[in-house]
Design a protein around this ligand. Structure first.
Ligand code: SAH
Length: 345
């Protein structure tokens, strides 16, 4: 098994069978070697740098009904909110002062944020902060809409593929959603020139090791600039309320594998990883991660963007979060930088 880590480190690929046995191995020596090699690889391309992405959760309204997600349409107890143009701009102002050079506008699929609204705010942010990157994470839209927003100045788009297995996709989503459409969206975003982020949940209900290998193969095909993965965490008001959460060990194992397969990719240590373990994000940073996405949303809405139970960082102001993260990143041996943090690929 240790040789497999060596082979992955050198060739950036393994056969399906090899990947399956590496993912399945619970040998702590293997985990440690994988962690070391992943860290060497991230340091080769990014040094000790950690890039920040300021996450602005613009809406908790969603027309979709994903079985895992707390803001799904059928959750009648979800608290819904929308941020106004002025509120979003004030999050950016606050974030810019704190050193953020990427703003991510994320939300449920909410028709209120039509192309006109989005193009206006994108160009306003780019006007005010020409040195910043604007990232969108608004789910599935038409190629036309993606094109307009790109022309308005958007730089990047995050859309996790969730799972590259058609059958598993159906078990995680209602019938009106499909992996085919997700894939179409991701490839059209790439073609339009967006820097793209894809990814999946680790330990989602019904997920097998073979499914995880399909995810890695899909990512090799798509070649996104960012790969966002985090453990699945149940939300008590969803059909998956009683399912098991994804494990820390498996998430770290996959982060290490992804860093070795995609040496230059941007890899966030996600909030979900920090939620299942108090030092989850620090462990992620030591296992190849080089991005953190702190919350810049107004504190009054934080708890309402409730994707999964016990989500961390919902009570503090952005400045406090930044201070807390600064300490955490330093304790792990890395340094937060105030840069756009584009992919070196
Ligand atoms: N509507 C946007 C943003 C979705 S929220 C979109 O479709 O892209 C961002 C990510 O949170 C999702 O892609 C999903 O992978 C993750 N997520 C949702 N519910 C989750 C849960 N219960 N546990 C862990 N991650 C979850």
């Amino acid at each position: 098994m240790l040789e497999l880590v060596g082979k992955l480190y050198e060739t950036h690929d393994l056969t399906d069978e090899e990947l399956i046995s590496l993912i399945n191995s619970d040998d702590s020596e293997v985990s440690e070697l994988l962690r070391q090699r992943a860290d060497e690889t991230r340091q080769k391309y990014y040094g000790k740098k950690v890039f920040l992405r300021g996450l602005i959760e613009i809406s908790s309204f969603c027309k979709n009904n994903c079985f895992y997600c707390g803001i799904r349409r059928d959750n009648k107890n979800a608290q819904r909110y929308r941020l106004s143009r002025e509120e979003i701009l004030s999050c950016c102002e606050n974030g810019y002062e704190l050193g953020f050079r990427t703003f991510v506008m994320q939300g449920g699929e909410d028709a209120f944020y039509d192309d006109r609204f989005m193009c206006d705010i994108i160009s306003e942010i780019k006007n005010r902060y020409p040195d910043c990157a604007v990232t969108l994470s608004l789910g599935e839209r038409s190629a036309q809409s993606y094109k307009r927003m790109k022309e308005a100045g958007a730089d990047r788009y995050l859309l996790r593929h969730e799972t590259a297995d058609t059958e598993l996709y159906k078990k995680l989503h209602p019938n009106n959603m499909s992996f085919a459409n997700r894939k179409k969206c991701l490839f059209s975003l790439k073609k339009l020139g967006y820097q793209v982020g894809a990814g999946f949940m680790v330990g989602a209900p019904f997920q097998t090791v073979e499914n995880l290998v399909s995810d890695l193969r899909f990512l090799q095909d798509l070649q996104p600039q960012m790969i966002g993965i985090g453990p699945f965490i149940p939300h008590h008001e969803t059909p998956f309320a009683d399912e098991k959460q994804g494990s820390l060990e498996l998430t770290l194992r996959l982060l290490g594998i992804i860093r070795l397969m995609f040496p230059k990719v941007l890899l966030p240590a996600t909030t979900a990883l920090g939620t299942i373990s108090p030092t989850g994000r620090e462990m992620g940073l030591k296992t190849g991660c080089n991005v953190i996405m702190p919350n810049l949303s107004p504190v009054k809405v934080r708890k309402k963007y409730d994707l999964y139970d016990n989500k961390i960082c919902t009570g503090e102001e952005a400045a406090e979060c930044k201070g807390c993260l600064q300490r955490r990143v330093q304790s792990a041996g890395y340094e937060i930088v105030s840069e756009r943090g584009d992919c070196v690929c």
